[in-house]
Design a protein around this ligand. Structure first.
Ligand SMILES: [Cu+2]
Length: 578
């Protein structure tokens, strides 16, 4: 248990007014040529048929064809940013060019990529499963269209991958070196065994993976398409799988209400951010904002197998998953424009953001994309000419700006180590402004316990910590308690605030992570639960505990990982009401 000798308290509050900023000169509401629809809506059925046709064509292209199905996924493996402020921007052209390629191979000139609104439908659409009457469905990676073993994949792709590396430009090799692939051998290793111990495609034929923790008891298939079955599903440490919790509409709402693009490089401002934190290049992990860190990461990891690795685009559901992620960014951008708020990074940070180069996209002609390779270019929807039908979060486009109230809690002065199974604490007093917000929450709940949409406030806790060496193999649970007692999991007054896990870092040793990470949890439910128990009063304290749990599944050696763990350190928690 942690030892707390002294705590240092820093509490500040700021009610932010509407920051004046120029609305984008681009006119909204222009009619887009292609409409991306909810995959569960009947209007999307023709698109899903076209998708299936084109995916089969791409699966059958030879490995040396740039549009071969696995080759397109390799773009993601080579270059995708996760856990930094380029996450949304990079994926926009990645699925945009893909959509054009599908349009070509399907022969459907109206094709638009459907989106999987997991908040509205926390289950995989039925078109993505093999069934007894449709055993050959190419949209299901357990069908015969996919490599059955890593060895089969390697036999076809090792020479291709090594030749590809040799063909990359010096600028591309700089990017790959930043990513940890300084030569062809290390680059191939990332496909062969770098992502998951047994290779990215291990057991794909028998196991879409679906539920990486307990495959014997729960396998997602056409009879069981739910993102999670809370009654059957438990993590190895005995608590429910957070998949469904992390896609709830409330988790989406807090992301979209965030009034600022990303945490400023200066670190000075207190607000809530749509994008994950700033980083020096797009191959680094600096933390996660709400939408990337929770619904996005959890859905990837819960689906398992290819979907929990950087070769996740091998599973055709990937593109519908990321289409929804892109949709939520579009919703946020529309809302910001309506409010007269900026959709761009802060002025002082723009050059660093815009100039980042994304050099691995492949276009509809099978050629490397040139001329539109900066992050600034990547932000634009116009080249792909699409819009979205309304989905979860769209109701916020016209909703008023939420006032942001923040309070900072620093951790105890002594290092609060984070290691497997450990508990680390941060504690601090609620300031008056935040106390007022809690009273508002109480009022908004009096109507038969249901939050009033207008009055409801959301609560976010941004946890700042230096992660343990094996950060990628851990789950980070945040617990909240009134500060007159310490947050201790299992105590009556201690509530689970959220469960975070990394994406794409399983088994990775990120020893260069000396810099703190910032993970934003939505703790609205936890705050409301404490409030309902009458545990939150004016000037009461809050106590936070970060509890790490091993995230293991068969194939990775949990015990070995734990012994190699370098302790991390919890630095503090910043709470915002919005
Ligand atoms: Cu993703």
């Amino acid at each position: 248990m942690p030892h707390i000798s002294r705590r240092h308290l820093l509490s500040t509050a700021a009610a932010l007014g509407v920051a004046a900023s120029l609305p984008s000169p681009m006119l909204a509401n222009t009619q887009a040529k292609f409409v991306r629809k909810n995959a569960f809506h009947p209007d999307a059925i023709p698109d899903l048929k076209s998708y299936r046709r084109a995916v089969e064509v791409m699966l059958n292209l030879p490995p040396d064809h740039p549009h071969n199905w696995y080759r397109y996924a390799m773009i993601h493996m080579s270059d995708c940013p996760h856990g930094n402020w380029w996450f949304f921007a990079w994926h926009r052209p990645f699925i945009g060019y893909f959509e054009q390629i599908i349009r070509e191979y399907s022969g459907d000139s109206n094709f638009a990529l459907p989106y999987w609104d997991w908040s509205a439908e926390p289950k995989i659409p039925p078109q993505f499963f093999v069934t007894p009457t449709d055993p050959d469905n190419p949209l299901d990676p357990t069908s015969g269209h996919y490599y059955e073993t890593q060895a089969d994949f390697a036999a076809d792709f090792e020479p291709i991958v090594k030749a590809l590396y040799a063909s990359y430009s010096p600028a591309q090799k700089v990017q790959l070196t930043l990513r940890g692939y300084p030569d062809a051998a290390s680059y191939w290793a990332s496909y062969n065994n770098g992502a998951l111990e047994d290779g990215i495609l291990a057991n794909i034929a028998t196991n879409r993976a679906l539920n990486r923790w307990n495959t014997a008891d729960y396998k997602i298939d056409y009879q069981n398409p739910d993102l999670v079955d809370l009654t059957a599903q438990q993590t190895p440490w005995g608590r429910p799988v957070p998949a469904k919790t992390n896609v709830e509409p409330s988790k989406i709402r807090t992301g979209i209400k965030a009034p600022d693009f990303a945490m400023p490089a200066s670190g000075a401002s207190q607000s809530v951010y749509f994008n994950s934190p700033i980083s020096a290049n797009h191959h680094m992990f600096t933390g996660s904002a709400e939408i990337e860190g929770f619904p996005h990461n959890t859905t990837h990891n819960f689906l398992g197998n290819a979907m929990q690795s950087l070769m996740s685009p091998v599973d055709p559901i990937f593109f519908l998953h990321h289409c929804n992620v892109d949709r939520l960014w579009d919703v946020w951008e529309q809302r910001q424009r309506n409010l007269g708020l900026s959709t761009q990074p802060l002025t002082g940070d723009q050059q660093a953001f815009y100039s980042e180069e994304f050099l691995f996209y492949i276009d509809v002609a099978g050629q490397p994309v040139t001329g539109r390779t900066t992050a600034k270019d990547a932000m634009e929807i116009a080249p792909f000419d699409y819009s979205y039908t309304p989905g979860t979060g769209s109701e916020l486009i016209g909703a008023p700006l939420s006032r942001v109230v923040t309070a900072n809690f620093t951790a105890v002065e002594e290092a609060a180590p984070i290691a497997a199974g450990s508990v680390s604490l941060a504690k601090g007093a609620l300031n008056p402004a935040l106390t007022e917000e809690l009273a508002l929450t109480a009022n908004s709940l009096t109507n038969e316990g249901l939050p009033n949409a207008e009055a409801a406030r959301d609560y976010l806790a941004t946890v700042t910590f230096i992660p343990p060496a094996s950060a990628g193999s851990l789950v980070y649970e945040l617990y909240v308690a009134p500060g007159n007692s310490e947050a201790v999991p299992g105590n009556a007054d201690t509530v689970l605030g959220g469960t975070f896990e990394f994406f794409g870092m399983r088994g990775a040793k990120h020893s260069h992570h000396a810099d703190p990470l910032h993970i934003t949890y939505n703790i609205t439910d936890a705050v409301q639960a404490l409030n309902a128990q009458g545990l939150l009063e004016k000037d009461t304290e809050l106590s936070f505990a970060v509890v790490t749990q091993s995230n293991e599944v068969g194939g990775l050696e949990a015990a070995a990982e734990a012994t190699q763990m370098r302790d991390g350190q919890l630095l503090g928690v910043s709470v915002a009401s919005i």
